[in-house]
Design a binder for this molecule. Sequence first.
Ligand code: ADP
Ligand code: MG
Ligand code: MG
Length: 361
Amino acid sequence: TKRKVALLFGGASVEHAVSIQSARSVFRAIDPERYTVLPVAIARDGTWLSPEASWALLRGAAVPAAGPAGGPKTDPPASPGFPPGPPWRAVGSPHLNAADVAFPLLHGPMGEDGTVQGYLELLGIPYVGSGVLASAVGMDKATMKRLFALEGLPQVRYLVFERRAVQADPDAVARTVEEAFPYPVFVKPANSGSSLGISRADDRSTLVRALREAARYDATVLVEEGLAVRELEVAVLGNEPPEASVVGEVVPRRAFYDYEAKYTAGGAELLVPAPIDGALAEEIRALALRAYRAIGARDLARVDFFLDKGAGRLYVNEINTMPGFTDRSMYPRLWAASGLAYPALIDRLVEEALRRAGERN
Ligand code: ADP
Ligand code: MG
Ligand code: MG
């Protein structure tokens, strides 16, 4: 009998549009003899769309700014004794309740960060990808770096600051940075993706501006030593044991791999495989598997590296627990180059989640 696969896509993050592209790619490639697709779209404002609106979006309708709710239209009764909360929105979908398994193709906050994973846990629906904790850790760069450090993975030098400190005295924060490592530096909100809120600073005044900017996005701000780097990426797949793909390289056409470079056509070139020697590729694959285990990732993740162009040293930059998943994205391309075609990759991931559900029963 056919398995019903809920594809979750869209989402309340800046990666909304990319997520829709990922879902359309999966829908085109998934084996219709084996799986029935049930689309579950989430609008930019966090509202879960009806099955009809989800189908329209999956099949190519224009992306709505905020869709009609699929759930009840009335506000829930106020709970006595609780202060009024944030505006209430419809959560959930009839398609989700009918599914055998969910594939959350969501990126960034409210999708890749453990929130949706927690919801699926509560519903008892098996899902593709990392669980609540690993998803949350992967989204929080400060926590991710601490776990990588415990695992002994090589990382660029960095400092962590609280928003409060940045707001109270950005010059003092900048002086602390200057004592730790030289310019240029990269300033990042801890919870980010798609390079949003990330900037490079070359002196005191750009650093102060970058700190203030990053503090708008998150209560924790990271500052890293900025290196002239090549950017190498590896796809990790599966469990017990996970496997690592060939290595790929991203060559941004801009100063760094910023939001524009990621999401405009021709903003970056993806080289698969990366033009590097075999020993380096082996080292990168081994580090990727350690990074995956360090955060307790499951099913899939893309691990990103920096190769210092000067000293030739290798550093782990970050892990992404739900990487871009269109058929042109790095993750699927790395597996295709490793001998696993896109439809077979989708199959592996869905079967892995179903197998997990079977074990639990
Ligand atoms: P995101 O999770 O948003 O992708 P990253 O930490 O990967 O954030 O940073 C985005 C991009 O910024 C990187 O792909 C790279 O181009 C550049 N970058 C980030 N940190 C550094 C650094 N320490 N040195 C050089 N470039 C960096
Ligand atoms: Mg990231
Ligand atoms: Mg990145």
